[in-house]
Each structure stands twice: as structure tokens, then as C-alpha cells.
Design a protein around this ligand. Structure first.
Ligand code: ATP
Ligand code: MG
Length: 370
């Protein structure tokens, strides 16, 4: 058995649908021959699995025809398509993409990030919705100047509110002011499902979802109800916050959600009078964690009084001071996230997909080893 003989046999295998064979295409590599035993690689990493199988079967047959005894074909086939968090289920089918914004602990700036990224995406021409899934402490209405505004009810559906070019819904808009509810597991599930199913969202490019802090029933229900396209974690630079953030990133992995990145919030302080940047809680401390999860810190947002005031007064900084340093960083982060969403949709996925698709998502699976 010779290389030439093997190559000429394999050149009888046409690439399905083409008049060119797999040798001519350059797909056959690393041919090794020992007497009548042959091993080689067929590298067709960009085709459908059925195509790969057909090529493999035909190659095997051609080699048998020339008297090969033991044949080992190492097929380099396309990666299996990623399984979505909900295994294809989508109870809000008019929404194309879902961006889940999480954090390990409360008060790190999830809602601020959600609001500014949502508006930044809308300012770049996307149709955007913002769902305040923090049913325990809904504060999106205040941040968008929608406090006390009641949504219109249409039959048993509810129309989202509108502000700054985005559609918005929050438990805060459905409850009476000052009212607070004690949520139990089953109620949380129902509330999240209703937000997705019974709110009349338009055809959206992306629904940004501001989650309650931590990793619990709300996160799990969301991930199982819709195919979450990407997840974003918000953290502050202190080590204690990072410990919790790791849990949030781990949850994304367990729920089969590609990680779009980390927003390091309250990262330094820009003095409003001088514009000088001071390090307060530490800066860049989330970099090693990003590496660990094969993702990136997509923005470092400084502590800036204008961000807090914007939140309190319902005037988000990206809209009200678009030329400020923080606004620019939010815009940049939004662009990066959109890039990752597109990559995930194209099937390219993201590198952090060290995801274990065999692990069924479950609350118990969300805890990290410490
Ligand atoms: N970069 C920043 N500079 C100044 N203030 C900020 C910044 N980020 C957030 N804040 C302020 O910190 C407070 C907490 O932020 P936010 O409500 O966004 O956090 P959260 O993670 O959503 O909190 P919770 O867990 O309670 O929902 C708010 O008053 C907000 O305006
Ligand atoms: Mg919040």
C-alpha cells in the first residue's frame, strides 16, 4: 500500500453536492500506512454532520476496494451546535435575543448597567426591551423616570411601558407603590413566565433582563423558559464581591449560557471637578476571574456621581451625558455584547463554552465549590 494508491482511491470520494473530490479540496491529511493498514484525517470542520458521515462511509468503501485491511479515519467534523439554556424552548418567540444581566451579590450596579446597556443598544439602532426581573427589589421604574406610571392592560396581556427608546416592564409598575411581596419558589416561576409570555413585547432584537442578585429560582426559570443568548456579570472590584461573582459566572456555565463578559463597576473614581481618576476599591481585580472563565472584562465603569444621580432622577447617563467617559464605556460595552450575540447566533459561539451539556440545569448545580 502506498500514499499514491490511498490518495487515488480517496480522490474517488466526491464532496456531496460538488464535482470536486475530497483530495482535490485538500481535506485529506496525515496519511499513515503500515503494510495494509491505513490511517488518515479528513478535516471538514465547516460542514453538516450528515455530510461528514457520507464522506467517511465512502472513503472507507474506497479503501476496502483497494485491499486496505485496518482503516482508521480521524474525522474532524464541525462542533456540535450549542444547546440553548432552554433546550430550544422560547415562551417569548417575538424576541430574537435574550441578554441576562446577573451578579453574585446585591448593590453592585446590575440595574444601572442593565439600563445603560439597554439604552446604548437602542441608540445604536436595535429594537430593545428591558425586563426588570428583580421581583424582590424592582428599581428600574425609578431609574427610567417611570415611577407611578401604570401600564395599559389589553385583555389578559399587558403593554410594556416606553422610555428612552426602549420597551420596559417591571414588577414595580404592576404593584402599588411601597407594596412588597414575599415570593415563594412557585410564585417566582410564575412571575418570570408571565413577564415573558403575557407582556406584549414588540418584535425585539434583544430583551435585556435585569436579574435579582444571586443564583436562584428566578435565574433557573428564566434560563429554562427562553434560550438565553448570552449572560453578562456585573461585579465591583473588591475581593468579597469577586467571590460572589464567580458563583454567577459558574451559574452561566451550568445553565449553558455563553458568557458575554464582565462589567467591573465602581472601578476607580473620576473626580467631577478635575476629571482625575482615583483608585478606590481597586481596579482591574476582576481580570484574573475573566481569564479563569475564558471571558473578558468588557468595561470598567468608574464611580461617577452623575451615574448615581442619573439613576435616582430617572435620567440614565448614556442618554443624558453621552459624551461623558462612563457613557462612552457603556456604549463600547454594548457594542462588545452585541458582537458576542452575533457570534453566538452564527454558531461560532464563544471560547468560554467549557460548558457541560450533559449536566441538567438545576438549582443545586449552581453552587460553586469554594
Ligand atoms: N458607577 C457608579 N457610580 C456611582 N454610582 C453608582 C454606580 N453604579 C451604581 N451606582 C449607584 O449604586 C446604587 C446601586 O446600584 P444598582 O441599583 O444599579 O445596583 P444593583 O446591583 O441593581 O442592586 P440590587 O441588587 O439592589 O438590585 C444605585 O444608587 C446606583 O445609582
Ligand atoms: Mg437592581
Amino acid at each position: 500500500m502506498t500514499q499514491e494508491l490511498v490518495k487515488s482511491a480517496l480522490s474517488k470520494v466526491m464532496y456531496p453536492g460538488f464535482t470536486k473530490d475530497i483530495v482535490a479540496f485538500g481535506f485529506v491529511k496525515e496519511i499513515n500506512i503500515h503494510d495494509n493498514d491505513v490511517s488518515f484525517t479528513i478535516d471538514i470542520t465547516s460542514s453538516a454532520p450528515e455530510v461528514a458521515q457520507q464522506i467517511k462511509d465512502e472513503a472507507m468503501q474506497e479503501l476496502k476496494n483497494i485491499g486496505a485491511e485496518k482503516v482508521i479515519i480521524n474525522m474532524k467534523t464541525p462542533a456540535m451546535p450549542r444547546e440553548s439554556s432552554s433546550k430550544g424552548k422560547n415562551i417569548a418567540p417575538q424576541v430574537k435575543n435574550f441578554l441576562m444581566i446577573s451578579s453574585g451579590k446585591g448593590g453592585v450596579g446590575k440595574s444601572t448597567t442593565s439600563v445603560n446597556i439597554a439604552i446604548a443598544l437602542a441608540m445604536s439602532g436595535k429594537k430593545v426591551g428591558l425586563l426588570d426581573a428583580d421581583i424582590y427589589g424592582p428599581n428600574i421604574p425609578r431609574m427610567l423616570g417611570l415611577e407611578g406610571v401604570k401600564p395599559e392592560v389589553n385583555g389578559n396581556k399587558v403593554l410594556p411601558l416606553k422610555a428612552y427608546g426602549i420597551e420596559v416592564m417591571s414588577m414595580g409598575s404592576l404593584m402599588e407603590e411601597g407594596q412588597s411581596l414575599i415570593w415563594r419558589g412557585a410564585m417566582i416561576m410564575k412571575a418570570i413566565e408571565q413577564f415573558l409570555r403575557d407582556i406584549l413585547w414588540s418584535e425585539l432584537d434583544v430583551l435585556v433582563i435585569d436579574m435579582p442578585p444571586g443564583t436562584g429560582d428566578a435565574q433557573l426559570t428564566l434560563a429554562q423558559s427562553v434560550p438565553v443568548t448570552v449572560g453578562l456579570t456585573v461585579t465591583t472590584p473588591q475581593m468579597v464581591a469577586l467571590d460572589d461573582s464567580r458563583r454567577s459566572l459558574d451559574m452561566f456555565k451550568k445553565l449553558n449560557i455563553p458568557i458575554a463578559g464582565i462589567v467591573e463597576n465602581m472601578s476607580g473614581f473620576i473626580a467631577p471637578d478635575t476629571g482625575v481618576e482615583y483608585d478606590i476599591f481597586g481596579k482591574g481585580t476582576s481580570e484574573p476571574m475573566a481569564k479563569e472563565f475564558k471571558t473578558e472584562v468588557i468595561a470598567q465603569i468608574p464611580i461617577e456621581p452623575a451615574i448615581k444621580i442619573g439613576g435616582d432622577e430617572g435620567k440614565p447617563i448614556v442618554y443624558n451625558a453621552p459624551t461623558s467617559e462612563s457613557a462612552k464605556r457603556y456604549m463600547q460595552a454594548a457594542q462588545t455584547v452585541w458582537g458576542v450575540i452575533e457570534r453566538v447566533n452564527e454558531g461560532g459561539g464563544v471560547d468560554n463554552e467549557a460548558i457541560q451539556p450533559t449536566t441538567p440545569p438545576g438549582v443545586s448545580a449552581c453552587s460553586t465549590k469554594k
